[in-house]
Design a protein around this ligand. Structure first.
Ligand SMILES: [Zn+2]
Length: 290
């Protein structure tokens, strides 16, 4: 008698035990999650500590103050006091931001070149907060695990669910470093659009006019067209005409949540600090932008 059938089905059973469906807040979309909220939080917190260890905080205290001020309002609007919300600015010239499960949000100092005031910052932070709230990282991880288990037929099914192409090639079984890295994969286009829609709602709830959010993404898309070197944030986000249309379609809904305007501070005096990059290249790069 061979143990082989047992050994091959065991991981499958373990994963199926964790299987669950969840509903995305605000959009009501049903998502398949094969990682528990607890597992997701643990991985998110660990990964964030590693990122902070490998990077440097931005030197300009005004940047840190701005993300605290705006970030805390968004954390409040998100309505998840069980998450350990944390907003940091990392010293890096790329105009980018990222998030991890459990309310961990990082902004690169280079992004401030494109931010004129708190409302602009709220636009970016609310998009990242929306990814967190909608558990997009856990969902993407689940798709990768399912694709790894299931082969072609399942891949076809996953494509219908909006899983990233190529998800099936990822070895995601088991929890460990590979799973943590899975947290840093790009989101699917469907998830990006969903984060844009939920992001507008969250910024409105936090007291920032969602119309300014749509304006910001338009301006940012224009900056992409104007620059020979494309900002990374743009190249990893679907900042094209479809994205703007999706944002405009979500504006009316978001406006319903905009009731008590927050104070919006201007960043006119906040020039990004010049950064000497020699030496930093020896440090492990921050996570892949998304
Ligand atoms: Zn995104």
């Amino acid at each position: 008698m061979s143990l082989r059938p047992f050994l091959t089905t065991l991981p499958l059973l373990v994963l199926l035990a964790a299987w669950g469906c969840s509903t995305v807040p605000y959009t009501g979309r049903t998502q398949v999650l094969m990682v528990s909220q607890e597992q997701e939080l643990r991985l998110g917190y660990q990964a964030f500590e590693q990122i902070k260890y490998r990077s440097r905080p931005a030197r300009d205290p005004r940047m840190q103050e701005a993300v605290q001020r705006v970030g805390q309002r968004l954390a409040q609007a998100a309505g998840r006091p069980d998450f350990r919300w944390e907003f940091v600015v990392i010293d890096d010239p790329s105009p980018n931001a990222f998030c991890l499960p459990g309310g961990k949000v990082g902004v690169y100092s280079g992004l401030f070149r494109y931010l004129e005031n708190d409302a602009d910052l709220a636009t970016v932070l609310s998009h990242e907060t929306a990814h967190v709230l909608a558990r997009h990282a856990g969902e993407r991880l689940s798709h990768s695990m399912l694709a790894q288990m299931g082969g072609t037929g399942l891949n076809v099914a996953l494509a219908g669910m909006g899983a990233s192409p190529g998800a099936g090639q990822l070895a995601m079984l088991g929890y460990g470093l590979s799973t943590q890295m899975g947290l840093l994969l790009p989101y699917s286009r469907k998830q990006e659009f969903e984060a844009d829609r939920i992001g507008l709602i969250l910024m409105a709830k936090a007291g920032y006019d969602p119309a300014l959010g749509v304006d910001f993404w338009k301006r940012f898309a224009q900056a992409k067209a104007d620059r020979a070197r494309r900002p990374a944030f743009i190249s990893t986000h679907p900042a094209d005409a479809d994205r703007i249309r999706n944002l405009e379609a979500g504006l009316a809904e978001a406006r319903r949540y905009y009731q008590a305007p927050a104070e919006v501070r201007d960043y006119a005096a906040m020039a990004p600090s010049p950064t000497p990059w020699q030496g930093h290249r020896n440090v492990a790069r921050p996570p892949a932008p998304r």
